[in-house]
Design a protein around this ligand. Sequence first.
Ligand SMILES: *Cc1c(COP(=O)(O)O)cnc(C)c1O
Length: 370
Amino acid sequence: MVDLHGQYLKIKEDIDYAIEKVLTSTDFIQGEDVKQFTKSLSEFIGGAYTVTCANGTDALQIAMMALGLQRGDEVILPVHTYVATAEVIALLGLTPVFVDVIEDTFTIDVSQLAHKITSRTKAIVPVHLYGQCAEMEPITKIARQHNFYIIEDAAQSLNAIYRFSDGTQRAAGTIGDIGTTSFFPSKNLGCYGDGGAMFTNNQDVADLLRMIANHGQRVKYHHEVVGVNSRLDTLQAAILNVKLRHINDYTEKRQAVAASYDELLRELSEIVVPARAWYSTHVFHQYTIKAPRRDDLKKYLERKGVPTMIYYPVPLHLQKAYQNFAYPKGSFPVTEKLSGTVLSLPIHTEMTNGEVEFIASCIKEFYGKR
Ligand SMILES: *Cc1c(COP(=O)(O)O)cnc(C)c1O
């Protein structure tokens, strides 16, 4: 699905040098590279305050802690997402309020929000799934109207740009009260382990995020709030400092692979290629098709040596761990349908045209077309 080794080889000299520098300095926790990366990332996403942390799941948790969400508060989220989004809500004793997604774009269905909002609604977590933004303009309007927070889960969409109807453009993760992202190795900007970050345009919120991520202290051994230990390792920051210089190339590469897939698969009436929303660029964390006889297609491709993935095979409301929130089967028809039809094809920065063509021809072959 990804070729992290091939990608590493192309920047090996810079990466090895960066790692060696950290090893020599032994500045492993909150070292110079963390400060440098925080600054560079902030500039990259358009100037929002940036706070790094240990992973994208922690980023969501710290965001919810910083906004003062309390036990029993309701948090709205799409049911078609990675478990982390729901996990931190449950972990903090908050109540997840699931909403179905739009079949075309895989993001939260804004038209269903109205009857999910109650007096206990304190936040919404739109997820910019697979690399394309959720509908932030209407979400922002509704959140303002009903006075609740927006935490954008931008783990899959770093470098995606949202377009408002007046033409204003904003980077994914910098539109809501807080945005979060992940540097898990396979994410669009991946490190060589775990890493994460949070964005906000509010300086006080940024201070709180920074404090909570570091044991609730501003000054060492003076704890103002209950915090967590969630810091980005200096080694990972050193790697990210090198890789951030390539992020635009990486994004363009993914978009080029997606365009080739589109071109090659468009004529195939059986499958649906990813929709492109007018209000967002797509950075193609995943290239996800909807395919009839999906499981057979997956097996067929496997036999041809083509790996594929299903994101996500079991909707969150049907997961054992989330049974107590009492959403029966049938609650979210679109998500339930998607869990049986979505298939993510290999897409990464090292892919060749030949590989894309081979995969497309295998899919055509499966449906009896050459
Ligand atoms: C990867 C991911 C996360 C969690 O990031 P980690 O760094 O793995 O903790 C959260 N939300 C979404 C949508 C993700 O894809």
